[in-house]
Design a protein around this ligand. Sequence first.
Ligand code: GDP
Ligand code: ZN
Length: 302
Amino acid sequence: MTKGVVLHGTGGAWHVQCEHGDAVVAALRGKVKHASDVKLAVGDQVMLTQDAGSGWAIDEVLERKSVLSRREPGRARGERTIAANVDQVIVVFALREPEPHVAMLDRFLVIAESNALTARVIVNKVDLAGDEEARSLFGAYESIGYPLHITSARTGHGLEILRQQLQGRTSAITGPSGVGKSSLMNALYPGLSLRVGEISASVNKGRHTTVGAFLHPLPDGGFVVDTPGLREIGLWGVPSRGLDECFPEMRALKEECRFADCSHLAEPDCAVREALQRGAISSTRYESYQKLLSEALESERF
Ligand code: GDP
Ligand code: ZN
């Protein structure tokens, strides 16, 4: 038996990176398919055997450590697994071009939190404005507990530390388009030609295949998740239940609210709103909470 990780799959042919050696193409054995209702996803760890006819087969799917799944907004129920065994979500923003939209960052972080995944924030294009401005705009996230990386794909600033954080881990890299996700990956791993975040509308023209999810092995160990679904993360739904727990600075306080099910909107003796008044919780973060909560409640009404 060989252990491997699923890199990509189309039409029942799964590309699996073996632990020691090359990537192989394998089919899922019928008995595995029926044994569980879990659909195989990129990042899944599997056990493989080579058949006499030299084909490879997946005999077992190992238990997942984590999943990154997409909650459909609106009336659609259920979740779709984007990738399994993701170690961290890396949210990339730019200091300029495009102008950073901090409410959007909060949404990305909530999605990471709702999947119980660690997140870090990259502020790229620091060459366009400087370290000080990056810290004044995004420093608050570091205080909340999100590691902050200030980078420039153009000058190479901050890339070495980022490389160390990607090494040996499976990372889902996301952020608005144009912030430099692909440029960062290409600056870190020249020759890998990752096109993270590219919306390749033309790829499918005239073909009936879907561009699926990919897991890219990194040269110094670890993987980067690239899927069309991840590019649309701004459209993913967020849960209303437990939304406050997706804000680490609120999570720490909610025990002190008078009501256990406090929504932190209007209830008396709310520790979250008291912290807001003291300035211990930032008003932009609180506004994001309000906005995401009303959006989630609205979509759950159907
Ligand atoms: P993506 O959509 O997030 O993958 O963004 P791209 O990597 O395609 O970059 C969008 C644009 O920003 C390109 O024109 C890049 O050359 C430019 N860019 C990327 N990183 C930097 C940076 O650190 N500094 C500057 N000044 N421009 C950058
Ligand atoms: Zn409260």
